[in-house]
Design a protein around this ligand. Structure first.
Ligand SMILES: *Cc1c(COP(=O)(O)O)cnc(C)c1O
Length: 226
């Protein structure tokens, strides 16, 4: 096994172990391999051993990889970077998932620009759960109006929430899981509300213990970024 596949297998095993420890079904936690800054060859190597979901932050870099790997139909591309207005068209045309919606205008543009031939774009709302000035994401009290806006869009499938918690140990995971469950109760019409994107290389265990359904792991799989 190559060192890359070896590290990936270790992460796959760790995700499984954390899921079992939390008494959760291993089908309900997905590993998103965050390949930002890493070459397309590494993505291809992991796709060959069965990794299907890849996350990217930088649009131009991501588009080049998506183009280079378009012969691999099983790859699902997730956009996890911040979104400016002028990026929405490329995102709507090329990705399967977007984790980082924080404003209604971005959702509207993604909906308008999603090509007819493609399936619905799966979207998550990013929440600034620790109320950090430097962080992106909507405030919890903005969620309701954003959800009601996105529910109207035919080409978007609202799946859940995403967070990047503050570094200094917070109760972000617990709070986000509570919000996630409350929304599920309040909006029974959200039939595909099933996704909580939280947990990265250093905190995926605690995220899984608190209900995460997608862990976004870069460094532990691909090694440090320069
Ligand atoms: C880079 C990045 C990750 C991966 O972080 P690691 O600590 O390398 O696992 C996850 N989520 C987002 C939003 C990122 O930008």
């Amino acid at each position: 096994m190559s060192p890359l596949v070896d590290r990936w297998q270790t992460v796959v095993d760790n995700v499984k172990q954390a899921t079992n420890l939390a008494n959760r079904n291993t089908n309900n936690v997905q590993l998103l391999a965050v390949s930002k800054t890493k070459p397309v060859e590494m993505v291809e190597e992991l796709a060959a051993v069965g990794q299907q979901h890849f996350g990217e932050n930088y649009l131009q870099e991501a588009l080049a990889k998506i183009e280079a790997l378009k012969h691999l139909p099983d790859i699902h591309w997730h956009y996890i970077g911040s979104i400016q207005r002028n990026k929405t068209k490329d995102i709507a045309q090329n990705f399967d998932w977007v984790h980082t919606i924080e404003r209604a205008i971005i959702a509207k543009r993604l909906n308008d620009q999603r090509p007819d031939g493609l399936s619905k774009l799966n979207v998550l709302i990013q929440v600034n759960i620790d109320d950090e000035a430097s962080k992106s994401g909507c405030q919890p009290n903005e969620l309701e109006s954003l959800i009601e806006e996105i529910m109207q869009y035919e080409k978007l499938q609202l799946r859940g929430l995403m967070i990047i918690p503050a570094k200094n140990g917070s109760d972000a995971f617990v709070k986000t899981n509570q919000l996630f469950q409350q929304i599920k109760q309040s909006y029974p019409e959200l039939t595909m509300w099933d996704t909580l994107s939280m947990g990265m290389s250093n905190d995926m265990d605690i995220a899984i213990a608190n209900g995460s359904t997608i862990v976004r792991v870069g460094t532990a799989i691909f090694g440090a970024r320069n």
